[in-house]
Ligand binder design. Structure first.
Ligand SMILES: [Fe+2]
Length: 665
């Protein structure tokens, strides 16, 4: 087992006693009398429930009928006879023959009254509306806008989009098994440039097939609803046309391109983060995400030539105690990203909003909230791994009782770039949205990296430094190392509170500290990144704008051993200053882009941004509150960055991120 000793310099570290087999690594709050509670849900219905409410119909189309659905995912009673709203349908994908980038476009609107309505799909067969050339069957996207009448104020039940396939029968319109999600292209990377994994979800179990234009066919080994089909025998850096077949249905033909071999090939990629719901209603508050902003950023990234997207977490609202609600949010996120993802891969990471919780009343506003268990089925880490198809090469938890790192901490190479996904929202614990629950019950605070993940990163960086085909290392995590706005209260800063750390419960009264204080940990991480000449940038989200910051050996960041004059293990008390890391080897870029739709924050002062604000204009520090995304271009000579807002305006750029490595500051 690799332990913290590898880091060196932490004389006060406590090594945990051996884990108790079968026990929880957190103290169960219920065991000390806290009452479990439910957090509010975002979605009152699952996709499966809504799909089931669509039934065979008459000559007008399919029927929609919510009868029998007597409670929502929040557990509160529903009265289907009082539900009203609208149904919108449109052929999906719209104008499929004429576009690479798949989109939704609605065409027919019908009312819902008393929980019932009609999906008027037959109208789409009229000559004037038949954009897809349908003969006797088709597939539509259905948007359900639902409200429930109430004595005081009517209740908004939400907007939901689902897909349904159908055919015209002699007795009316008949619903058919449907590909409800996907196909999505996954795991395109230079370690395996000869393959791709195509994933999709179907309403009914069956054998799905991926067919290449050249004729090769790859099928599921057994009937399933969750399809992940590996296509092999491909040439690197080659475009392939493919379609998926399921239940006599054939999707439109898409194109993916295999990854280049490791090394010199030029690569363009996009980074974005934080697409959870914004403020403003409509498609900004859509099943847990800001559909409008996310779809806009991804369309622009596609148009800007991004071959892949790296996504820095806070995909959706999360903070859910209901797994069905959380999965429905992720379903909606994948649907909003579908246009990009049918053809080019997206690599998402976990943010603090990707949280699936057990929550308890403790008198605070949000209560005590811990990562939900049993961890192998109910933790956010387990659900994230089930919902996405990311590389599984992360660290093994040092304590086998903890959640898995599989598919939330991972690395892969793409051409000359080594991408490393870190999870600094792992095994989360909050009390009233602050870190103290970790101390009281066990768990890890926002922004923290436990020893197993840190040591894994250290090994990954060492290997990447030695690997000749890797020219640039790009790290990404949700929470910034150096926040510049709303993240000053958490991230790797917690307002300078070095008492913040992970705790593990081994029985007895209290959990025990599990790692160094977060500021000491941050400084070790920054030294580690500064040591490696290939580290181009540490990317993060969490703050809902854009910031660029260069850290070198003169930028003040705070060192507890030097700066904590009054010995309270906190920085920034009256009379205390912030030291730079004068032993830092190379300058490193820290860039935050969490501008894909979540509510905005504005800039706040921090020691590092104040340093730059006093000099050099916007060369080494810049900040914008705008919605934004990043486009990077790497070739053998340089790695460049362009930052765009959602209007397509260039906000900032760096011609060569590596140029600072040689510059004297
Ligand atoms: Fe966040």
């Amino acid at each position: 087992m690799i332990i913290w000793c590898y880091l060196g310099g932490f004389s006060n570290l406590l090594l945990p006693p051996p884990a108790l087999a079968g026990s929880l690594p957190v103290k169960d709050p219920a065991a000390v009398g806290l009452k479990e509670k439910q957090n509010p849900v975002t979605n009152l219905f699952t996709v499966e429930q809504l799909y089931s409410a669509i039934r065979n119909g008459d000559e007008r189309g399919l029927r929609f009928d919510l009868s029998g659905l007597n409670k929502g995912l929040d557990g509160a009673p529903l009265d289907p006879t009082k539900i009203y709203g609208s149904i919108y349908v449109g052929p999906y994908p719209f104008a499929a023959r004429h576009t690479d980038y798949e989109v939704k476009r609605f065409r027919v609107k019908t009312p819902i009254t008393g929980g019932r309505g009609v999906l008027a799909v037959n109208r789409l067969f009229q000559e004037i509306l038949n954009s897809e050339g349908w003969i006797d069957q088709g597939l539509v996207v259905v948007r359900l806008e639902l409200y429930q009448e109430a004595a005081q104020e009517d209740r908004k039940l939400g907007i939901y989009d689902i897909l349904v396939r159908f055919k015209k029968g002699t007795e009316g319109v008949v619903k058919l098994p449907t590909i409800m999600e996907g196909p999505l292209v996954n795991l395109l990377c230079s370690e395996t440039p000869d393959r791709v994994v195509i994933s999709f979800l179907t309403s009914d179990p069956g054998i799905g097939k991926v067919v290449l234009d050249q004729g090769q066919m790859f099928a599921d080994p057994a009937p399933t609803t969750h399809h992940q089909i590996t296509v092999t025998g491909l040439q690197p850096r080659t475009a392939y046309r493919y379609h998926v077949e399921f239940d006599n249905y054939r999707t439109k033909t898409y194109t993916f391109r295999t990854a280049p071999r490791p090394g010199k090939e030029p690569v363009t990629f996009a980074f974005l983060g934080d697409s959870r719901e914004g403020i403003g209603g409509g498609a900004q508050n859509f099943m847990g995400l800001n559909y409008e902003a996310l779809a806009g950023c991804l369309r622009s990234a596609y148009g800007g030539g991004a071959e892949l997207v790296i996504f820095g977490g806070d995909l959706v609202n999360g903070y859910s105690t209901c797994q069905d609600d959380f999965r429905t949010q992720l379903y909606a996120w994948k649907q909003a990203a579908a246009g990009f993802w049918r053809e080019r891969p997206i690599y998402p990471g976990i943010g603090n909003h990707e949280s699936l919780l057990k929550a308890y009343e403790d008198g605070s506003k949000y209560g005590t909230e811990l990562d939900s268990w049993p961890y192998d089925t109910d933790s956010v880490e387990a659900v994230f791994a089930a919902e996405f198809c990311n590389p599984g090469n992360g660290p093994i938890p040092a304590d086998p009782r903890r959640p898995s790192y599989a598919e939330n901490v991972y690395s892969f190479q793409y051409g000359p770039i080594k991408f490393i996904s870190l999870n600094n929202c792992y095994w989360i614990a909050w009390k009233g949205a602050t870190w103290e629950a970790a101390q009281e019950f066990g768990g890890s605070p926002e922004g923290y990296l436990m020893a197993d993940q840190f040591n894994w990163l250290q090994e990954e960086l060492k290997k990447a430094e030695k690997e000749a085909t890797i020219k640039y290392i790009v790290l990404f995590a949700h929470e910034p190392i150096f926040p510049n706005d709303g993240g000053l209260r958490n991230c790797m800063w917690h307002r300078g509170n070095n008492q913040v750390r992970a705790y593990t419960y081994h029985g007895g009264k209290q959990p025990t500290p599990d790692g160094p204080g977060i500021i000491d940990l941050r400084n070790e991480l920054v030294r580690l990144l500064g040591q490696n000449p290939k580290v181009a940038v540490f990317l993060a989200g969490h703050e809902h704008g854009y910031s660029k910051l260069l850290i070198h050996r003169k930028v003040p960041v705070g060192i507890p051993g030097k700066d904590d004059q009054n010995g309270n293990d906190k920085l920034g008390d009256p009379g205390e200053s912030y030291s730079p890391l004068s032993d830092l080897k190379h300058p490193t870029w820290y860039i935050t882009s969490g501008g894909a739709g979540a509510p905005y924050y504005s800039e706040q002062l921090a020691p590092w941004n104040q340093y730059w604000n006093k000099k050099h204009g916007q060369d080494f520090y810049n900040y914008s509150t705008q919605e934004n995304f990043l486009i990077f271009t790497a070739d053998d000579n340089k790695l460049s960055l362009k930052v765009f807002n959602t209007q397509g305006q260039l906000l900032d750029q760096i011609d060569n991120l590596m140029a600072v490595k040689k510059r004297k500051f």
